[in-house]
Design a binder for this molecule. Structure first.
Ligand code: OAD
Length: 233
């Protein structure tokens, strides 16, 4: 394809999923080797599972976080951060909780599904957590179990976060989806919002997804190679 120059766009939205971090060695959720092919999400990623067996659920998430602590952003994360830094016209809307975009230098990041680097107390709200110290499982003030501040199955997304994402998608003129299977809603509905506004939509994914047919351009490559194909930076 003909390379795009970021400076020709008013606003570029990078919409990312687990495949964005696959080249960092972080597991995706679905497909071969995906987390939900090894673990039953009902036992590890729902409030009811947490209410039943908090320690079991927290150990699962603690192990995931160890994986993240041992991982680094990949070239794709850096390309996205570089575009933001250089052209000041792009942002990231991510389903990932790994913080890799921010680690690579992206500042304008909306985290739809929360962050593995924060905890939440049912009484005292969000607790900014320090990466390596995750073992403090109970709130120091009230003794309640702290849960990761992430979206589990059955949880509702933060309305203001969704609203901010939608406003940005409605006002962008280039929408690039990277590494998402596009089956978990409401996030999976976002590409359609861009498409319905007449925005140029590109998908980067080595596999066909539930929404591939709506994109103007589909690049069947890994995130980094796909980004290098799109931009002349
Ligand atoms: P999935 O695991 O469902 O999909 C990952 C996608 O990444 C697949 O379509 C792969 O083909 C693609 N992929 C794999 N390696 C890639 C690479 N190197 N470059 C580009 N793409 C690659 O992940 P998500 O769509 O992000 O929710 O899943 C959505 C949500 O489901 C997650 O946020 C999580 C999960 O349950 C919560 O935790 C609430």
């Amino acid at each position: 394809m003909e390379r795009l120059n970021p400076k020709n766009y008013k606003k570029i939205v990078f919409f990312t999923g687990a495949g964005m971090s696959a080249e960092s060695g972080i597991s995706t959720f679905r497909g071969k080797g995906g987390i939900w092919s090894k673990y039953n999400w009902e036992e590890y990623a729902s409030q009811s599972a947490f209410d039943k067996e908090p320690e079991k659920v927290l150990i699962f998430h603690e192990n995931r976080r160890k994986e993240l602590l041992e991982s680094s952003p990949n070239k794709g994360h850096y390309i996205i951060a570089e575009i933001e830094e250089k052209y000041k016209n792009s942002m990231v809307i991510t389903q990932n909780i790994d913080g890799m975009h921010q680690k690579a230098g992206s500042e304008n990041v909306i985290e739809l599904h929360g962050s593995a680097w924060r905890l939440r107390c049912p009484v005292h709200g969000i607790i900014e957590d320090i990466g390596a110290f995750y073992k403090r499982y109970k709130c120091e003030k009230c003794g309640n179990w702290l849960r990761p501040d992430i979206i589990w199955f059955g949880d509702r997304l933060d309305g203001s976060v969704v609203m901010e994402a939608v406003i940005n998608i409605e006002t962008c003129d280039l929408f690039i989806s990277i590494g998402t299977s596009s089956i978990v809603y409401p996030a999976a509905g976002f590409p359609r919002i861009a498409k319905e506004k007449g925005t140029k939509c590109i998908e980067i994914n080595p596999e066909k997804t539930a929404l591939s047919h709506i994109y103007d351009i589909v690049i069947r490559k890994y995130a980094t190679e796909g980004l290098k194909d799109i931009f002349s930076i």
